[in-house]
Design a binder for this molecule. Sequence first.
Ligand code: NAD
Ligand code: GLY
Length: 369
Amino acid sequence: MQAPNTSSSVHIDLGDRSYPILIAPALLDDAATFADLPKGGAAMIVSNVTVAPLYAQRLRAALTGRFKTIHTVTLPDGEEYKNWQTLNLIFDALLANECDRKTVLFALGGGVVGDMTGFAAASYMRGIAFVQVPTTLLSQVDSSVGGKTGINHPQGKNMIGAFYQPLRVVCDLDTLKTLPDRELSAGLAEVIKYGPIADLAFLDWIEANMDRLLARDVDALAHAVQRSCEIKAWVVAQDERESGLRAILNFGHTFGHAIEAGMGYGKWLHGEAVGCGMVMAAQLSCDLGLVDAAFVKRLRTIIQRAGLPVIGPRLNPDDNAGRYLELMRVDKKAEAGEIRFVLIDGPSRASMRGAPDALVRSVIDACCA
Ligand code: NAD
Ligand code: GLY
C-alpha cells in the first residue's frame, strides 16, 4: 500500500451533515483550516488543564478575525472527570458568557474532551455547532469521527450521550509530538482494530511499520490516521446510529469497557483496555471456531509490540470471570441482559454474536492474570 502525502482529507458522507476530516501537520497555525465555518459570532474553545497550555493560544490565533469573541473553558484532565459535573462546567461557561445559539464549540483535546464537548453541543439550547480538534492519536483515528458523544456513568462506560456530528474534524499531526508514549500506544490500539474488522492489508501495513509508528514518523502517522478515518467514515456513512454494521467498531470494547469500569475509570487507559479486550475477543472467536489460533497469536503479538498490555487484570479476587460478566451485561450492545460480542469471523470481517457464559468464563480465565 502506498504511503500518502502527509496532507490529506477524508470526506464523511452523511447527506446534509457531511463533513471533512482534515489531516496534516501545522493545521492549527493556519486560518485556512477554519475557513468557511460560520463567521462573526462567538466561539468557545473547550480544552483541559494539560492541552490548553500547549495549544489553546494557537487555536485562538487561528480563529481570531473569524469570531467576534473567543472564550475558553478549561476542564480537569482524566477519564474519571468524564461525568455530569465536568459537563456542567461547559454549560456554566456558556451561560456565564451569554453564548447564544450561533456559538461554535471547539473541542481541543483527546477523546474525553471531544466526547464531552460534543454532548454539550448536542444539548446546549437543543443543539449548537461544534468542531473537533483532536490532539491524541486515539481521538484522531476514532473518537472525533462519527458523532458519538457522551459521558460515563459509574455503572457503565459512555452510557449517557447523543449522536451528534461535528462541522469538521481537524487532525493536526504536529500535536502528536507532545503526546506521552503511553497515550501513543493507547491510540495504536484503535488503529490496529481496523485491520481485523475491515482491512487485513492495513493490518499487514501496521505490522510492517510498527517501529515507524512508535518513532512518530510523520508519514507513517499520516497514513495510519488517514486509513483509519477512511474505514471509520465508510462504516459510519452506512450506519450512523449503530443499528448494525457500526457495532464492528467496538471490537475488543465489550471486554475493554469491563476492564475500564471494573478497575475504576482512568486506571487503565481506554486504548489499553481495548487492546487487551481485542486479545480476549480474538480468543473467544477462536474458541467458537471462527478463527484459528495463529490469528490470535499474531494479533496478540502486534498489540504487544504497540506497547499495550495483553493480559487482563483481575477485577475480583474471588470470582474474576463473574465480575467481568456482571460488568459486560451493562453494555450498550447487550440485549435483554444477553452480552453481545464483536467477533472476528473471516478475513477482514466481524459480526456481533452471543456466546455461552461458560465459554466466556474460560476465555477470561485464560486471558487474565
Ligand atoms: P484522553 O482524552 O484522556 O487523552 C489522553 C491524555 O492525553 C490526557 O491526559 C490528555 O490531557 C492528554 N493529551 C491530549 N492531547 C495531548 C497532546 N497533544 N500532548 C500531550 N498530552 C495530550 O484520552 P483519549 O485516548 O484521547 O480518548 C479516550 C476517550 O475517548 C474515552 O473516554 C473513550 O470512551 C472515548 N472514545 C470515544 C469514541 C467515540 O466514538 N466517540 C471512540 C473511542 C474512544
Ligand atoms: N468507536 C466506536 C464508534 O464510533 O462507533
